[in-house]
Write a protein that binds this ligand. Structure first.
Ligand code: 13P
Length: 266
């Protein structure tokens, strides 16, 4: 498959742990300590982000202190402040130390009815509030079997790229995460050919809607049943810039082993 490997020079590898609705404050603090020690001992040049539930953000922020492990949230609302019962805005997330936010995860799209336009609004408000959005896209098994994968991914990503068209300074801060829905939490990881085909296609879309330079600098993560034993093969793919890790991010040993699976950086 045609692709050039510019991973090491142009794109800093990124590993993101999405804890989903798991973890109380005590376990989050323990995890924060294990990651802080484990990551800081490693002296790796990759970027690591953990996204606990909202309730553990503050405690984890305190625990991580000056560590280079960064914090992210799993969702955000797009308004600034106001009568939005049950919602959390980007400024609040910054206030508890978040630098990143996961948007458009398939669980939010399917269980909470998030649509393309809401995800675009959340992407733009995240930038406004100083958060880097990690925009998730992915096809269902049915869509893959019908041969619709690339069309579905395009439908999900294009509204975001179009909304950013005149915001050149933000292009390279966007993170895209390809998470095939059928690979999430199922133990069925996509094959390396399937992953590279999609990531190469997505980089092409970035080139078409941003420009060549931005397309080579935007990080595209893979997510869906990434484990220590399959991570190295996935991260070795030329258009994969790291991973969005679900269940394996709940155990520090597994998460650190996944970080260790990243290729060495030049
Ligand atoms: P798993 O790694 O548990 O498959 O979850 C992936 C995911 O949804 C990360 O956002």
């Amino acid at each position: 498959m045609e692709s050039s490997r510019t991973f090491s020079r142009r794109r800093r590898p990124l590993i993101v742990g999405n804890w989903k609705m798991n973890g109380l404050i005590e376990s989050a603090v323990d995890m924060g300590e294990a990651l802080r020690q484990g990551f800081d001992e490693r002296n790796t040049s990759c970027e690591v982000v953990v996204c606990p539930p909202f309730t553990a953000l503050h405690a984890l922020h305190q625990q991580l202190g000056e560590s280079s492990v960064k914090l992210g949230a799993q969702n955000v609302f797009c308004e600034e402040f106001g009568p939005y019962t049950g919602e959390i805005c980007g400024i609040m997330l910054r206030n508890v130390g978040c630098r990143y936010v996961i948007l458009g995860h398939s669980e939010r799209r399917t269980l909470f009815g998030e649509n393309h336009s809401l995800i675009v609004r959340k992407t733009m408000s995240s930038f406004r509030d100083g958060l880097q959005p990690i925009v998730c896209i992915g096809e269902s098994l049915e869509q893959r079997e019908k041969g619709e994968t690339l069309v579905v991914l395009q439908e999900q990503l294009l509204p975001v790229l179009k909304a950013l068209a005149d915001q050149r300074e933000r292009w390279v801060q966007l993170v895209v995460a390809y998470e095939p829905v059928w690979a999430i939490g199922t133990g069925k990881v996509a094959s390396t050919d399937q992953i590279q085909e999609v990531h190469y296609y997505l980089r092409g879309l970035l080139k078409e809607h941003f420009d060549e330079d931005a397309s080579q600098r935007v990080r595209i993560l893979y997510g869906g049943s990434v484990k220590p034993d399959n991570a190295a093969a996935i991260f070795a793919l030329p258009d994969v810039d790291g991973g969005l890790i679900g269940s394996a991010s709940l155990q520090s040993k597994e998460f650190l082993a996944i970080i260790d699976a990243l290729p060495a950086v030049d």
